[in-house]
Design a protein around this ligand. Structure first.
Ligand code: COA
Length: 142
């Protein structure tokens, strides 16, 4: 059975294996845990048989006007069962009342997010691939 939660207090890195498929330099499970704990809101899908997280989505936000959804992923063997859609729907409930809720996706996912209430918009982006696995310490890093 799939269980959904927005609580991360008891979450451990060992429950977060198998994500960031295809990323050349993926965050470790420990860094993934830091990402989730540092997020404004999170929804996790867990397989109650194994206790493993099998899908997640997170939002970062100022809590007043805007939120951004940086990551959504469902483990390969659990895809196509509505879990990703349910994660987004539950996250949208947690973000209700905010003016802007934005995300960036590849063109092939446009129809997916349109079905979930999003609209296409031009986005500008910059990526530092040296930091793909997590922020590197530097003079400006806090
Ligand atoms: C996108 C993702 C989260 C969807 O999770 P999911 O649990 O399979 O989603 P749902 O079951 O709710 O919906 C499945 C639908 O997603 C759509 N979809 C998912 N990935 C797609 C892709 N790469 N291209 C086109 N459609 C896609 C399809 O419409 C699919 O419909 P189908 O089941 O009839 O084939 C999952 O495929 C995933 O983790 N992908 C890798 C990470 C990723 O791309 N994240 C999104 C970043 S913006």
């Amino acid at each position: 059975m799939i269980h959904y939660t927005n609580q991360t207090e008891a979450l451990t890195a060992s429950q977060l294996t198998g994500f960031f498929v295809g990323w050349p330099s993926p965050p470790s499970p420990e860094t993934h845990l830091d990402i989730l704990k540092g997020s404004y809101r999170v929804v996790l899908a867990t397989d109650s048989d194994t206790g493993q997280v099998i899908g997640f989505v997170n939002a970062i936000s100022d809590g007043v006007l805007s939120a951004y959804i940086p990551l959504l992923e469902v483990l390969m063997e659990y895809r196509g069962r509505g879990i990703g859609s349910e994660l987004i729907r539950r996250l949208q409930v947690l973000l209700e009342g905010l003016y802007m809720v934005d995300l960036v996706c590849d063109p092939e996912l446009e129809a997916y997010y349109t079905r979930l209430g999003f609209s296409p918009l031009l986005a500008m982006t910059r990526r530092d691939f040296d930091s793909q696995s997590g922020r590197k310490p530097g003079p400006k890093a806090r």
